[in-house]
Design a protein around this ligand. Structure first.
Ligand code: COA
Length: 329
């Protein structure tokens, strides 16, 4: 078995920003409520001509440039998203073509807010098998395309963005990927979904009129589940590796709601200076929150080479994921 490490990171957020003050003019809400209940101040929104693959390609190019390699060296491309350019072909195919990654195969991974965590686990295993030397993992979502901007309970939460990492074999002395604790609880499927547009409820005039192509959620149910499972998955992951929160250098959680993150972190007992929160500037970008938060952690010096890092997320499905890595960049 080989070991896998993250060897490069690139991110992209579109330049347009939607502030809480902008939302005050669109729905019955106010800045104070949004900040107190979610921690979000603003989010980036893609212009109409920009699709998920466009942001994914920007993030991918930034990662490849950082590593100084050409896309033709890639063995596989995984795009984690719930907002593909279209249902098929997969966004991974569009990205492969735009990058000129001639040798790479690839696929889309649909696990909503846990997408990037599942992608990390999958890419690490491809590299661990020895069959893949360079896997490009991208989390990208254009949530603004599936959000109902007349629904105040959801439109305040989401933003657009993309992040990409390169996963490669470690060299001597490096650890990289250590362990994962992922699970699915499909009984929670009804609490957070995009009801129409699939084979169960194909697009009709009625589905459009009833706004069923937008995100629907029971926010309170999702909140309770996310808080509990983010804590439990991290606790169990650390315990089975004989580690405690004192060993962790950085906790990089999915950014859905500041209160979910702080509640999970408090139950874990991890000191708040190790908890990475950037939801104020990006909102919930679904599969992109983990790479965006990782970039922020690096920029502000909270994540350094050799640190033990826990990535964690809960999302639609329900999907739950926690990954343990030694940071080697
Ligand atoms: N502005 C002002 N008031 C709002 C509002 C908004 N944007 N959205 C909801 N409210 C109101 C509600 O209508 C309700 O009013 P009522 O008591 O008169 O009925 C009140 O605020 C409280 O609503 P509630 O839903 O209990 O608020 P909350 O504190 O649970 O926060 C969420 C709502 C959506 C922010 C929160 O439930 C949440 O973040 N859930 C998880 C969502 C999530 O993470 N989704 C993605 C998962 S990866």
């Amino acid at each position: 078995m080989f070991k896998a490490k993250i060897s490069a990171l690139g991110c992209y957020t579109p330049p347009g920003v939607l502030t809480n003050q902008d939302l005050e003019k669109m729905v019955d809400t106010n800045n104070q409520w949004i900040v107190e209940r979610t921690g979000i101040v603003e989010r980036h929104i893609a212009p109409p001509e920009m699709a998920t693959s466009d942001m994914a390609v920007e993030a991918a190019r930034a990662a490849l440039d950082q590593r100084g390699i050409d896309a033709s060296e890639l063995d596989a491309i995984i795009v984690c998203t719930v907002t593909p350019d279209m249902l098929f072909p997969a966004t991974a195919c569009l990205v492969q073509d735009r990058l000129g990654a001639k040798r790479a195969w690839g696929f889309d991974l649909v696990a909503a807010c846990s997408g990037f965590i599942y992608g990390l686990t999958t890419a690490a295993h491809l590299v661990s098998m020895g069959s893949h030397k360079k896997v490009l993992l991208i989390g990208a979502d254009t949530m603004s395309r599936i959000i109902d901007y007349t629904d105040r309970s959801t439109c305040i939460l989401f933003g657009d963005g993309a992040g990409a990492v390169l996963i490669e074999p470690t060299v001597e002395g490096e650890t990289g990927f250590i362990d994962f604790h992922n699970l699915v609880d499909g009984s929670g499927g009804d609490y957070l979904k995009q009801p129409a547009g699939g084979s169960r409820m194909p697009a009709t005039q009625e589905t459009v009129e009833k706004r069923l192509h937008f995100v629907k959620q029971d926010g309170a149910q999702v909140f309770k589940y996310a808080t509990r499972k983010m804590f439990e998955s991290c606790r169990d992951l650390l315990a089975r590796n004989n580690l405690t929160v004192a060993d962790v250098g950085a906790f990089i959680p999915h950014q859905a709601n500041r209160r979910i993150i702080t509640a999970a972190a408090e139950r874990l007992g991890i000191s708040c200076d190790k908890v990475i929160i950037d939801i104020d500037r990006y909102g919930n970008t679904t599969a992109a929150t983990i790479p965006l938060a990782t970039r922020d952690a690096l920029l502000c010096g909270k994540l350094k080479k050799g640190d033990l890092v826990v990535f964690a997320a809960v999302g639609a499905g329900y999907t739950v994921g926690a990954n343990l890595w030694r940071w080697e960049m």
